[in-house]
Design a protein around this ligand. Structure first.
Ligand code: F6R
Length: 242
């Protein structure tokens, strides 16, 4: 594992964008595994800026995202497809037909997950998987206790996640109760993993994941077994690692 200490969120984002763009420059038809959430937004902004300067070309890139809410279509502004379009895909020359997100509109979980695993296989696997980390060490929607052997699967969202999301929807019925997520095995099969962490609320997860035992109770700890992991964390996220 290579651990880079970044000064702050901006520095972390810039370092991450450097690694992602290096990947695309070295392999123009790279398969990027992408993440949503607040963590990668700064890196996506930086990539868009460099794209606009002509420094990076996404025309041959394929992307596969980690997860999606079951029941949401891509035009729902709470969907992860919408997030990706808004934060990255709409602003660069990536071919949208080669950007994949689990199909939230597929009601049959088995079908949705099998289809997504087949997509990951058909594009030849992931060259670089970008990850954020949850305060409890989750990666994707793989919460503590998830099997290390899991492929794409459907997870029931926790009651507090459902409640927290409720404010974005008109009725409780519209709030997603399930999500489709790549499993830990999909993530571990990526050739390279780039995990980003920023802020004090990630300090415990970073410490336990990379300096503690490898246990299902801390899903990201499995990354200690991967042979090519880069972690970029800012000073606050590393505050328990001194
Ligand atoms: C996002 C994802 C999640 C987030 C994690 C951190 O696609 O799968 O695991 O990476 O919840 O979220 P933020 O970045 O919002 O702190």
């Amino acid at each position: 594992m290579v651990l880079y200490q970044a000064k702050d969120y901006k520095d972390m984002s810039r370092k991450a964008a450097n690694i992602i763009s290096a990947q695309v420059i070295m392999k123009p038809n790279a398969v990027l595994g992408l993440a949503t959430g607040s963590t990668p937004v700064g890196a996506y902004e930086q990539l868009v800026e460099w794209y606009n300067k002509g420094d990076i070309d996404f025309s041959q890139v394929t992307s596969v995202n980690l997860d999606e809410y079951k029941g949401l279509s891509g035009d729902n502004d709470q969907s992860y497809r919408y997030f990706m379009n808004k934060n990255l895909f709409d602003h660069v020359n990536i071919d949208k037909a080669r950007t994949f997100v689990p199909d939230g509109t597929e009601p049959d979980s088995k079908v949705a997950c099998a289809k997504y695993n087949a997509i990951i296989d058909s594009v030849g696997g992931i060259d670089l998987q970008l990850l954020g980390i949850g305060g409890n060490g989750h990666i994707g929607f793989n919460e503590p206790g998830s099997a290390f052997e899991s492929l794409t699967h459907c997870v029931a969202l926790k009651e507090d996640t459902i409640k927290a999301n409720a404010r974005f929807f008109e009725t409780m019925d519209d709030v997603p109760k399930y999500a489709y997520t790549m499993g830990i095995k999909n993530i571990m099969s990526a050739k390279k993993v780039l995990l980003l962490a920023s802020g004090k609320n990630k300090a415990k997860a970073v410490y336990e994941s990379f300096f503690g035992p490898i246990v299902p109770g801390v899903p990201a700890s499995v990354l200690q077994l991967h042979n090519d992991v880069i972690v970029i964390a800012d000073e606050e996220a590393l505050s328990l690692c001194r």
